[in-house]
Design a protein around this ligand. Structure first.
Ligand code: SF4
Ligand code: SF4
Length: 216
């Protein structure tokens, strides 16, 4: 494994800190003029900006990823989610046609029941798919999938498949590390703003956060 350049690590850390603080300030400003709807819009804007940054990075010839539509070995991993992300997803599901919404909520309840029976760290070993994974292998909440899913990429699908089969996900440096750290920093900033503004939001693991918003 290549050694990390301490200066590069330090610069990245400073960038992450700065971006988190800038995002927190932007979120507090947005709240003061537009309240919670403004914060939820900001969350979507940051997702979209992150998508653009990732797409631009992937367009460069030195950057290869194996990810493709319908590939989903990674959709059996636990997904951490920030509070505003959970609220945007819950609102999006709430606006679906009733039959589609009912199906998603049934799958969510079923998956939560399965997760209750296992140690959270053993989910991959138990092959419990994300409740939002569609039968055709695509993501059922793709337009509002969380930052962790937007930024997760791999350069080798065979490694992912092997990770799924063995229950040991490969530790792999991702080709879009900078964009991933940016999305995480922005989520940290949004989360800090919610704490500062005393906005109670569901956060944590994807299913549990959505269960609290949609099923409780
Ligand atoms: S991270 Fe791996 S399993 Fe997930 S879409 Fe990319 S190649 Fe497929
Ligand atoms: S939200 Fe979508 S992309 Fe993320 S794990 Fe679930 S099905 Fe996969």
């Amino acid at each position: 494994m290549a050694e990390l350049d301490p200066r590069a690590v330090q610069e990245r850390w400073q960038r992450v800190q700065q971006l988190a603080q800038e995002t927190e300030q932007a979120a507090i400003g947005r709240w003061s003029v537009a309240g919670l709807p403004g914060l939820l819009r900001l969350q979507r804007e940051l997702w979209a900006a992150g998508d653009r940054a990732i797409a631009e990075r992937l367009d460069r010839t030195d950057c290869f990823v194996a990810c493709d539509r319908g590939c989903n070995w990674c959709c059996y991993l636990n997904v951490p989610i920030a509070g505003l992300e959970a609220q945007v997803i819950a609102d999006w599901i709430g606006a679906l046609p009733m039959a589609q919404r009912r199906l998603i909520l049934e799958r969510l309840a079923q998956t939560l029941g399965q997760l209750e029976l296992i140690n959270p760290g053993d989910r991959l070993g138990h092959k419990i798919p994300c409740a939002f994974l569609e039968p055709d292998g695509t993501c059922g909440i793709y337009p509002v999938r969380p930052a962790a899913c937007r930024s997760h990429h791999s350069t080798c699908v065979a490694d992912c498949q092997q990770g799924w089969e063995t229950g040991q996900w490969p530790a792999r440096s991702m080709p879009i590390d900078t964009q991933t750290f940016d999305l995480e920093a922005q989520n940290t900033g949004l989360q800090a703003a919610c704490v500062a503004l005393a906005i109670p939001l569901a956060t944590g693991e994807l299913h549990r956060a959505l269960g609290r918003l949609l099923l409780d």
